[in-house]
Design a protein. Structure first.
Length: 233
């Protein structure tokens, strides 16, 4: 395991761990966690170095076959997971299940073993363990497994379309994104949860988990993201 570690003490502050820092949402979330005064250290778990330095950042780079030991020797209070892939990238349902379910649960177990009692998970709007749709069933099954792990606080974030700049953006996304402001206005009532969300707004909402001590188990949708990420007046 290659670790670039801060030598600074946490000063009595909490420690956060993040899986998925190199992804679209994770790239926006990590700076917010580093800026959060509640955290004296943020530990990232990734395959490769992030190309970022910060006095309170500890990077743990490892093969994900070693994910069960990714937080060995660490103390963790809050864990965040924005890790996931697409079927196109994974290449098969089996490979995607390994990434979107197995790796998430292994990270959660490692965080719990390191002392974490709070966990924030980026899921999907249609997550349902009984869905006939593979992706929805996969996300729902992962949520179900996390709910059974005994975290005192578990926040599950269920966005629909995440609007983000990606180098590998598909043609369909490039055509759809300009239409989202119009189509979003057609979604109201219970359907509001399926509105698109800018990745920066989603990241701010997930970062808000740090202030949600004692929230219990919560499932959050578009309405919650907008409320949490709204600037204070």
């Amino acid at each position: 395991m290659d670790a670039a570690m801060s030598t600074n003490d946490t000063g009595g502050r909490k420690v956060a761990a993040l899986l998925g820092a190199s992804g679209a949402t994770g790239q926006h979330l990590l700076p917010l966690l580093l800026a959060d005064a509640r955290y004296g250290k943020v530990i990232t778990v990734s395959r490769r170095p992030l190309g970022l330095e910060h006095p309170r950042l500890e990077q743990r780079c490892l093969d994900f076959a070693q994910l069960a030991d990714c937080l060995a020797g660490a103390r963790v209070d809050d864990a965040y997971c924005t890790f996931g892939t697409t079927l196109r990238k994974a290449g098969s349902q089996a490979a995607m299940t390994r990434i979107d379910h197995d790796c998430v649960i292994e990270f959660a177990r490692a965080a719990a073993a390191a002392g974490a009692r709070r966990f924030a998970y980026l899921s999907a709007a249609n997550a349902n363990p009984r869905s006939p749709v593979y992706y929805a069933r996969l996300k729902g099954g992962t949520e179900q497994a996390l709910q059974a792990m005994g975290f005192s606080d578990l926040a599950i974030y269920r966005p629909s379309m995440i609007v983000a700049e990606r180098s590998d953006r598909r043609l369909a996304e490039s055509m759809l994104f300009p239409l989202l402001p119009l189509t979003d206005r057609l979604l109201f009532g219970a359907a509001t949860r399926y509105r698109s969300v800018p990745v920066a707004t989603l990241a701010r909402a997930i970062a808000g988990f740090g202030a949600m001590e004692g929230c219990g188990h919560r499932i959050l949708h578009w309405q919650d993201f907008a409320a949490i990420a709204a600037p204070a007046r």
